[in-house]
Design a protein around this ligand. Structure first.
Ligand code: ATP
Ligand code: MG
Length: 648
């Protein structure tokens, strides 16, 4: 599979690569030979008030300490705004599209500077001090970007929370983070649903009770609906903020000062609040985004991720702005009010770089090619994807149908903890392999460990680890350094353990096989969830599938598949057919024990399938599901339980 489907470097003449294959090779060699020098050079991508003279200091052993650029001083908002004011103050920094409103806001770097400064003044006026936490729970509107940068400007630590969390989910995170101020909205519309942001926040604050650390709440009014406001605590965002001065002297921070903390998606259990440091993160955001999405003047990058996900931080806000690019946000849904809605926006706003999730690509695929063909999409130069394994079939569809075969597709593998791309191609400088997240970016040293923790050489399969620190590495789990050491550094001593499994082929390309927690072991054969799902993705009658392992008295574990059949196909897939298909492709041992055709799957807000819940349901446990706060739709859990029970 890997070599047959290789797409060579020169096959996308419309895309001008940022470097040649030889330059990329030279960069890799230099980073390998002199990591300290390499990362100090990369630090020049951003603006420092005091330039660092040190790269990495620390250790993955014992109590684990990670420090980068420790003697450097900077302010992240200066890197993203002030630094560009002279050269491109009038260039659009942020395009903000709101569904149901004509046009879009076109916010230049100069305008962004003003807005961020006004909010920085307002936050200071409300008593927020550097190092304190500010929670941001907003829809995808320009205030979300402004809020993050204003926190950075005053040295406060932002904690962006998913809109759509339950009041419990928010309360737990507010108390855990000790946030002193909240920035939220009155409400948001998602398709035909209204999401009551302020109402949920009020409930969450009530739930915090005596443990409530929040003193003020800024509310962006997003509609004309009445919003109850608590005098002395709640402020109308624009009434309050717009009166402040449009200038604010940035608070210069040491490189290791935390810039933000962010909760992981919660696919595998209770979310972890990982902490990222200002200097290393900013260099990393500029570097990784510069390598994969090398924006040129005129390029509009639309990363469709919610700002509450790491992709939203690095690929919507900090990366593109640090690199002086134009970034776009939209609060729209991919297929509401009609199929192809996102494609309309690509044409309307001349998007050149689209970065989305495999789930969104699968949803566009389900709408059918005719919807895509009704759009021009001629501005697109580069396509990207991250968040979950993308099967080679879906990759090819994205490449051929959305990209019209003209645009490279960059599948990038990263985590909240890595803060930026770890595995991903430099488009145009290396061949692509559909379904593979390519190779580590220069400066990253990846390793595969066997179940005993021994590092595997050459082509191999194992748990994906990182041998050396990188600037954007999470420094700790908030208030739980012990959990940090245990989760990431105890599995393979001396290495960062990612929790994912991968295969490395003869060309050094990596293929993610799924989460190590989800690896299925049938009668001694280890199976990655992605391997099974990849097979099912070739059946065009199926929209999506998820494989899990359940205890089995003889085989140890048995394979169970949950699949969604596509609507409007003439012949519906059968359970027996699905079983046969997996067995034919992977071997008889891999024959699924049970197949459930279900209407949908449980997903996190960032679009990931939550296999841990499916595993429980398939094993007959229909209670005690743990933290469901990160799910988009909690009802689907009950629906699937009913399906499974009906079948037995
Ligand atoms: P939690 O850690 O709370 O269980 P999570 O791991 O889903 O949640 P994130 O940090 O948002 O939270 O997601 C990172 C994970 O997403 C990776 O560890 C990997 O499993 C998956 N992932 C990201 N990008 C890719 C990709 N390109 N291919 C395959 N899997 C990917
Ligand atoms: Mg994770």
């Amino acid at each position: 599979m890997s070599t047959l489907s290789l797409i060579p470097t020169h096959s996308h003449p419309h895309y001008t690569a940022s470097m040649s294959p030889a330059e990329l090779q030279a960069m890799r060699a230099h980073a390998q030979q002199n990591p300290e020098g390499f990362w100090l050079e990369q630090a020049r991508r951003i603006h420092w008030h005091r330039k660092p003279t040190q790269g990495f200091r620390g250790s993955f052993e014992g109590d684990v300490s990670i420090k980068w650029y420790d003697d450097g001083h900077l302010n992240a908002s200066v890197c993203c705004i002030d630094r560009h004011l002279t050269a491109r103050g009038d260039q659009v920094a942020l395009i903000s599209h709101r569904e149901g409103r004509p046009g879009a806001e076109q916010i230049t770097y100069a305008m962004l500077h003003e807005r961020v400064c006004r909010l920085a003044n307002a936050l200071t006026d409300l008593g927020v001090e550097k190092g304190e936490r500010v929670a941001i729970s907003l829809p995808m509107i320009s205030e979300a970007v402004v809020a993050m940068l204003a926190c950075a400007r005053i040295g406060a630590v932002h904690v962006v929370l998913f809109g759509g969390f339950s009041a419990e989910g928010i309360a737990e995170r507010l108390m855990d983070s000790g946030a002193v101020l909240v920035i939220t909205a009155s409400e948001a519309r998602r398709g035909n649903k209204t999401i009551p942001f302020k109402q949920t926040m009020d409930d969450a604050l009530l739930k915090c009770g005596q443990n409530c650390t929040v003193k003020s709440v800024l509310v962006v009014r997003t509609s004309d609906a009445a919003v109850p406001m608590l005098p002395g605590r709640d402020y109308d965002y624009h009434d309050f903020v717009d009166g402040f001065e449009p200038d604010f002297v940035p608070v210069v921070m040491p490189a290791e000062a935390p810039l933000f903390m962010l909760y992981t998606s919660g696919s595998t259990g209770k979310p972890k609040a990982v902490v990222h440091a200002t200097g290393g993160y900013m260099v990393w955001a500029a570097y990784t985004m510069g390598m994969v999405y090398a924006q040129k003047p005129g390029d509009v990058l639309w990363c469709t991720a919610d700002v509450a996900w790491i992709t939203g931080h690095t690929s919507v806000v900090y990366g593109p702005l640090a690199n002086g690019g134009t970034t776009m946000i939209s609060d729209s849904l991919p297929n509401a009010p009609h199929a192809g809605r996102w494609l309309d926006l690509i044409d309307d706003y001349k998007v050149t770089m689209l970065f989305t999730s495999p789930t969104a690509v699968r949803a566009m695929m389900a709408d059918g090619d005719a919807v895509v063909q009704a759009h021009s999409l001629e501005t697109l130069r580069l396509l990207g994807v991250a968040g979950e394994p993308i099967s080679s079939d879906v990759w090819m569809w994205y490449h051929d149908v959305i990209g019209r075969g003209k645009c490279p597709v960059a599948d990038t593998w990263w985590q909240t903890e890595t803060a930026g791309v770890v595995l991903g191609p430099v488009p145009g400088a290396q061949p692509l392999k559909p379904g593979s997240a390519s190779t580590p970016l220069p400066g990253l040293d990846l390793a595969l460990a066997d179940p005993q923790g021994r590092i595997q050489e050459n082509s191999a399969e194992g748990s994906l680890c990182i041998a050396r620190s990188w600037p954007g590495q999470a420094r700790t789990i908030w208030r739980d350094h012990e959990r940090f050491c245990k989760t990431y550094f105890s599995m393979v001593p001396g290495f960062y353990f990612t929790g994912d499994g991968a295969r490395r082929d003869d060309d050094g390309y990596y293929w993610i096989t799924g989460r190590m927690d989800d690896v299925i072991n049938v009668a001694g054969h280890r199976l990655g969830t992605a391997e099974v799902e990849d097979v099912l993705a070739t059946d065009h009658r199926l929209l999506e599938s998820a494989a899990v392992g359940v205890p089995h008295p003889v085989k140890g574990q048995a394979l169970v598949v949950f699949a969604i059949a596509r609507k409007n196909v003439t012949a519906q897939p059968t359970e027996a057919g699905i079983k046969r298909m997996v067995a034919d492709a992977l071997g008889r041992y891999a024959m699924p024990e049970t197949v459930y055709l279900v209407p949908d799957l449980p997903r996190t807000r960032s679009g990931k399938i939550v296999r841990r819940l499916l595993r429980k349901i398939a094993s007959g446990e229909i209670e005690n599901f743990g933290d469901l706060s990160t799910l988009t739709d909690q009802e689907i859990v009950q629906t699937i339980c009913n399906f499974v029970q009906e079948k037995h």
